[in-house]
Unconditional design. Structure first.
Length: 345
């Protein structure tokens, strides 16, 4: 096996798109988005001959006092149809390479989101040991931390027929979809133009004020919508010639992922967000995608949003969560203390 930093979009995305529940956050385009935002990005893969066995896209993030960390969103990714021995070797090789880069870059820790539980993963435990070529190295810690990406989500199975999908939804969800249709709500994918972005940002701001959501800065969304219209799509629900709901959705591999959404304070009785989600799911199905990921539920933090998403599907997926692989335990202790204090206020 060999490990390299991959330099071509086609090779990386071909590997990722072939994995079940394709992870757009590891895709080439998502790395390019973060490069535009000013971050440094590494894309590492483990190869055996001409086959890719594992990969990790790393985004270098800044912290106070000149520190930084690597973020590996929804990764690393390991090929599922290989033996456990190969998985162990591939991830051990991958993590050891990340440690080397972290040492050169002065990185404090790597934040990652594995698909399987740490306690059940021999290859992740092995990756925290010193490199085999080294001598007297320290054993690194893996520490559970606050989630970055949601660890629970709802998924709609797009391989079912449309009638079957509708029948599997909550009765109230079906009713609201039909009500929006009857009221004349129309759904359209739109291009990133000044008027469209202004409408999108206006709806996002309304929703933030109404539901106390936190938003990224305006340039974050502007750059995101400028990535690639085959990868990131912007949709509006229009009623009486007014945009009253919007959604940003990623189409990648076998999965469409609902990333961000918002709705107007007005005309809430026409139930536009229900038809918006259904029409996007139908477009994803027509494009040959296998699932629609609603990307995040939490009964405590987002009870209304969670209830809305559960109306479309009963299929829930739970991820282990977010973990830090600590390279510098001293600075990491200071970082945790500062983070705790900031969250208190």
């Amino acid at each position: 096996m060999d490990i390299i930093e991959i330099k071509t979009k086609e090779s990386l995305n071909h590997f990722l798109e072939k994995q079940p529940s394709s992870q757009f956050l590891q895709a080439w385009q998502w790395g390019e988005f973060h490069i535009k935002l000013g971050s440094k990005v590494w894309r590492l893969i483990v190869k055996e001959g001409d086959k890719i066995l594992a990969g990790a896209s790393l985004i270098k993030k800044d912290l106070p006092m000149g520190n930084n960390y690597f973020y590996c969103p929804r990764g690393p990714i390991v090929k599922e149809d290989i033996s456990k021995i190969k998985k162990d070797l591939a991830l051990e090789l991958l993590f050891n390479e990340i440690k080397k880069i972290a040492k050169v870059e002065g990185v404090m820790f790597m934040r990652f989101e594995p698909k399987e539980e740490i306690k059940e993963s021999a290859h992740l435990r092995q990756a925290c040991l010193p490199t085999r070529q080294g001598s007297g190295g320290q054993e690194f810690q893996i520490i559970k931390t606050l989630d970055i990406q949601p660890s629970q989500t709802i998924v709609l199975d797009l391989e079912k027929e449309e009638d079957e999908l509708l029948q599997s939804m909550h009765q109230k969800t079906r009713y609201n979809i039909r009500l929006a249709e009857k009221k004349g709500v129309k759904i359209a994918q739109v291009k990133l133009e000044l008027d469209n972005f202004d409408n999108f940002w206006g709806l996002m701001s309304e929703t933030k004020d109404r539901d106390s959501f936190r938003l990224h800065g305006i340039d974050y969304y502007r750059e995101m919508l400028d990535i690639d219209t085959d990868f990131i799509k912007l949709f509006f629900a229009k009623y009486e010639n007014r945009n009253i709901a919007t959604a940003i959705v990623s189409f990648f591999g076998d999965t469409a992922t609902y990333m961000h959404g918002a709705s107007s304070n007005n005309d809430r009785n026409v139930m536009a967000p229900y038809l918006l989600q259904w029409e996007i799911a139908k477009q994803a199905k027509a494009n040959g995608l296998k699932q629609y990921d609603f990307f995040g539920i939490d009964e405590v933090r987002w009870p209304g949003v969670t209830r809305f998403k559960r109306g479309f599907s009963e299929k829930e997926i739970n991820y282990p969560g977010t973990f830090d692989l600590v390279f510098n335990s001293g600075w990491y202790s200071v970082y945790k203390m500062i983070r705790k204090v900031r969250r208190t206020f």
